[in-house]
Design a protein around this ligand. Sequence first.
Ligand code: TEU
Ligand code: CA
Length: 536
Amino acid sequence: MQDKYKNSTVYQIYVKSFCDSNGDGIGDLNGIRSKLGYIHSLGVKYIWVTPFFCSPMADNGYDVSDYRNVNPMFGTMQDCEAMIAEADALGMGFMFDMVFNHTSDEHEWFRKALTGDPEYMDYYIFRDNPPEWTSIFGGPAWEYVPSLGKYYLHLFDPKQPDLNWDNPKVREELKDVVRFWKSKGVKGFRFDVLNRVSKPGNLTSLPPGNAGAYCKDGPHIHEYIQELVRDTGIGEMITVGEMASTTLEQCIKYSNPSGSELSMCFNFHHLKVDYKDGGKWTLMPPDLHELRQIFTTWQEGMNAAGGWQALFWCNHDQPRIVSRFGDEGQYWKESAKMLGTFIHMLRGTPYIYQGEELGMTNAHFRSIDDYRDVEALNYYRIMRDNGTSEADALAILGAKSRDNGRTPMQWTAGHEAGFTSGTSWLSIPDNYMSINVEAEENDPGSILNYYRELVRLRENYPVISEGSVKFIDTGNDKVLGYERALGSQRLVVLCNFSGSDETVSGVDIKGKVLIGNWSGSHRMMKPYEALVILEG
Ligand code: TEU
Ligand code: CA
């Protein structure tokens, strides 16, 4: 991890839902350009933008058919170059999203493979008698191609065939893609499901099971990442790998300070504390004890080994955090600020997902017809086939679907929340009338202005950007607390994850309040109170 990124915050844009410039109901690159001033006003230095490359959009752009061209739905290469230059002029850099575990089945490599061309068949993973595996989106992970008499592996949708990274030609092709975008002036990269690219040695001899569980942190993963970073010269750039179901030991290597791999990793354990028996399609309140355990292990473990974490609650695959671990009713504002404080004071690089800075909520869709995501639609069918009632299945999607995080950015109280002059591709929750940028700009106590302050604090206080971290015992399971330290400075962070008054004991609180969401410092923590105290 290079020091220059340590005091920065990253903003994540989901292109399709950020801002529509031409009234077709779909966010686009010119929409992003029109909002660069807003993003700059947050104080962030980097912008991760989700894939906008040519794609049939079976998985909203995570199925790329041409890595070097802009999907006409989102704009042109000229728009893209202008977007990069305009951000640059404001001191912000883009991180583009490289989806390298798989391509679209409409990519020319896969089209050639389907004709039986052996060179291109070896770009993918074809087998005669594969084991019975289920894919991450539900259904079988191996798809039969009658004309070839073989099956190909897809960890995700059948329209997302997995690439064969054991073929050096594939790795060369992907490096070329990185070089291409680097030469356009991109400042960093996010690598989609990167720890899944190296597959286990003898795939066909493995027992039936979950493809995702077999394909992670594979035998050559560190070698492949090191090669990619070295040969493209991105070791000095900001890079983040999306690392699914990984371990602390692996992430220490992925983000080792020598710069031979990546700047940092996304990991997801803290976002599974509301999965009953580990299953996503279930309903359960978050287990706060487990949440504390996970953060303690990862924060202190990465600290001790010099690894670096990407810090986040939200992204385009997750429900909205205020609806999930907070309270979108009575304590909407307090809980959104508390959750922001908890993440932004930790050790690592915080990511703000579009709308999180407004306290945007889940979608509250009432019918299956409102959903668009392939995963939600698949699992709805699977749940219904297994006998789950319509009401129960909709309640589960209402809490867990990725579409919750994909409703359009709420800019104003006007037509379609100011997102489009036409009709949005995905419905907008009614609360846009009060939860929107315009309203929050005008309120000094808004969640938006609080997030700006969190970003500013990280930039100005080295104890936040570089200090060590240690979790503390607050004597109360509902109040999570940690300490940051650098030289003679000490920061104490206390966060009440409940809607009731809570007491803490045994915590040494002295110093000045750096930021908080209730006025003053209390022995008693108010509902969803966050308190940050600086000593020294
Ligand atoms: O996500 C990978 C991933 O494993 C999960 O976040 C997954 O979407 C979720 O667990 C499903 O419940 C990445 C992208 O962020 C996601 O949008 C893509 O669909 C996926 O890869 C495939 O490219
Ligand atoms: Ca558009």
